[in-house]
Design a binder for this molecule. Sequence first.
Ligand code: ADP
Length: 401
Amino acid sequence: MTESKTELSNFTISKQKFRITQLNKLLIYYKEITETIREPFLILDEKLIVVSANPAFYKKFKVRKSDTKGKLIYHLGDKQWDIPGLRTLLDHILPEHRVMYNYKVTHDFPDLGTKTMLLNARQIDSKQLILLAIEDVTTQLRDKNEVKEATVTLLKQRDRLQELSDSKHDFISLASHQLRTPATAVKQYIGMLNEGYAGEMTIEQKRMLTIAYQSNQRQLEIIEDLLKIAKVDDGKVYLEKASCDVVQKVEAAISHQVGAYQSREQSIIFEKPTREMMVHIDGKLMMMVIENLLDNAGKYSMPGKTVYVNIDEDEECTAINIKDNGIGIRLKDRKKLFKKFSRIDSPLSVPAGGTGLGLYWVKKIIDLHGGSLEVISKIHKGSTFTVKIPSQTDLNHDLPK
Ligand code: ADP
């Protein structure tokens, strides 16, 4: 061999060595990838004989290499892959370069139980090989079904609760309506007796009649409260909003409370603003809200105390503050305040009477106005209830042009 020929063959050998090293590296690289992939897969040749499987396949289906490699896919295990639909799909992959996506198979494995799997297959490069990946979706499907079942149960329970709540509303509303007529009749007859329609009464008879009148009055108040709550809960309160002077509304509410305050030797001091304060509200309902808060301020204060009322205004809202020097509310009782039928135990709760519905209704009406009700209170010192109504200019922004 000449010197140049030897040089050439040495060059070819080292080139081939280099290629072998590169191929070996590539092989290790692919081996590492296949061993790391947690989903089982098979590589099949054009006759659908298993060329190789990854460790995840052997582990998942509890089979040995010797029972898998070199075997026809349809003969594996207890012939679980011998499914007519799968046969058709696999037969078309190589000739037609097709891809198989998420072919669902459910099989009862003797050792593994029933499994639902998604099969994905495609041709590898230009080689006559098929990569068949198997994804076990049994747990996902079970979870999905469980969530579906739980959702159906919850929806049924919600409907049942709604039915119960509706029938409770209907009952309260019907019972209150039915009670109002006879209770009103009692009031009229007591009034007639008081006015002497049935002749003069003795002092004792008059005393008894006064008690009957007061009880009947209380009964009617409870009925009215229940009807008001049924209406607000049924979403049947429709605000008749108009631009009105909140100062006037507060004054009117105070004037309605004068009698009750005088009977307890209490007074209300209103720091009356010197100008109008226009707000966009349902004047009648907002006046009832203020009256309710004034009624509470007086009821939950000792005789002789004074309640202070003032109104603040800024760009965002108009705030009506009702400040009493009454019994106050403990922090732990604050969350009970706006709940239906909830009353807080205090030395004044029995003499004050009440249904525990007032603040619930008040809050609902303020919410309907897009406002808020805030409370600051200290036990034995007193409370300040603040009604905040969004300012008129603010509301005008939302009005259609
Ligand atoms: P009611 O007065 O009919 O009991 P409310 O819903 O108006 O019902 O009030 C709920 C409870 O909140 C009252 O029972 C009372 O204990 C407490 N409460 C309300 N306003 C005041 C106040 N200004 N000061 C102290 N406690 C109050």
